[in-house]
Design a protein around this ligand. Structure first.
Ligand code: NDP
Length: 314
């Protein structure tokens, strides 16, 4: 079992992790970054990113992540393809164990493991990923200008995404499994007032169909009752908005998490409940969840780690 010592381990390789690596490398902290299950993070599953400042013509999500990765490498970050399977934050240096059983003793840790969109679990969701199925209206909505789309969910995210899409698409269906929206009253009213949003209450999605691209969804209303009614809608886009799951399983009981599982940042910095452990990106942000905000907090976490190391003379 190999054991190494480092000033900083960064766990995760989305915009937050890579940005933290760029800043930490330039501060001569020589961070080791573990890329995790999905190198590059969620943006590698989207197509074009048009709202990341600095790319006036837009950039493919995977290209953006490759650029950030190369930028971190340029300053000497040690980027490794591997997964952190266990952490011990009970004493410093912290003990971080990778899936190849490498043990790293780290003076600071930056957690940037992100969040994963929840999917319904339909087999066709994967088949049409990037070909009509998306979990991010802000990222992909622009491609559905003048088209017909559906959003699944009844919370604030689903309402927000429906409203955003209603400004682009010709028609938006909001598929809600209950007979009410869980979203805040103000969001509900905005949705109900929009002429081109049709809310389908008591409705579930049975499947998706299409040849190469998504063409429609099989739905059922009042499933399992005597009013059960199956029908299809023709759509070009199918947006999941049934919540995100922060990737915090290995931190449970080791860092303070909120009731949704997101890492709690008790102060005004990126510091977590454990001194010397910092968090950045979606894993500590259930609200904004944008690439640029993740990158911003990655920068903050690296600066926080640098200050921590200076204060502790390490
Ligand atoms: P929520 O957990 O609030 O809502 C998830 C929605 O998805 C619910 O309507 C739920 O249905 C539905 N859902 C879950 N699983 C399924 C399924 N398998 N099939 C169909 N529907 C399903 O998540 P959000 O992402 O909307 O919000 C997360 C948090 O962030 C909330 O606290 C929210 O208030 C907040 N937020 C605030 C915003 C704002 O203030 N502007 C914007 C966005 C989010 P059901 O109701 O039946 O459980």
């Amino acid at each position: 079992m190999a054991t190494e010592n480092t000033k900083c381990v960064i766990i995760g390789s989305g915009p937050a992790g890579y940005t933290a690596a760029i800043y930490a490398s330039r501060a001569n902290i020589s961070p080791i970054l573990y890329e995790g299950i999905q190198p590059g993070g969620q943006l590698t599953t989207t197509s074009e990113v048009e709202n990341f400042p600095g790319y006036p013509e837009g950039v493919m999500g995977s290209q953006l992540m490759e650029d950030l990765r190369r930028q971190a490498l340029r300053f000497g970050a040690d980027i490794r393809n591997g997964i952190i399977k266990d952490v011990d934050f009970s004493e410093r240096p912290f003990k971080v164990t990778a899936d190849d059983n490498t043990v790293i003793l780290a003076d600071t840790v930056i957690v940037a493991t992100g969040a994963s969109a929840r999917y319904l679990g339909l087999p066709d969701e994967q088949r049409f990923a990037g070909l009509g199925v998306s979990a991010c209206a802000t990222c992909d909505g622009f491609f559905y200008r003048g088209k017909t789309v559906a959003v699944v969910g009844g919370g604030d995210t689903a309402c927000e995404e429906s409203l955003y899409l209603s400004g682009l698409a010709k028609q938006v269906y909001l598929i809600v499994r209950k007979d009410f929206l869980r979203a805040s009253k103000v969001m509900q009213k905005r949705v109900m007032d929009k002429e081109n949003i049709t809310v389908l209450f008591n409705t579930n999605t049975l499947g998706l169909f299409g040849e190469e691209f998504l063409e429609g969804a099989h739905l059922v209303e009042f499933a399992g009752t005597d009013k059960e009614h199956k029908f299809d809608i023709n759509i070009d886009g199918f947006f999941l908005a049934i919540g995100h799951k922060p990737n915090t399983d290995i931190f449970r009981g080791k860092l303070e998490l909120d009731d949704q599982g997101y890492i709690v940042l008790p102060g005004k910095s990126q510091a977590t409940s454990v001194e010397g452990v910092f968090a950045a990106g979606d894993v500590a942000d259930s609200h904004y969840q944008q690439a640029i905000t993740a990158a911003g907090t990655g920068c903050r976490a690296a600066l926080d780690a640098e200050h921590f190391l200076m204060e502790h003379q390490q």
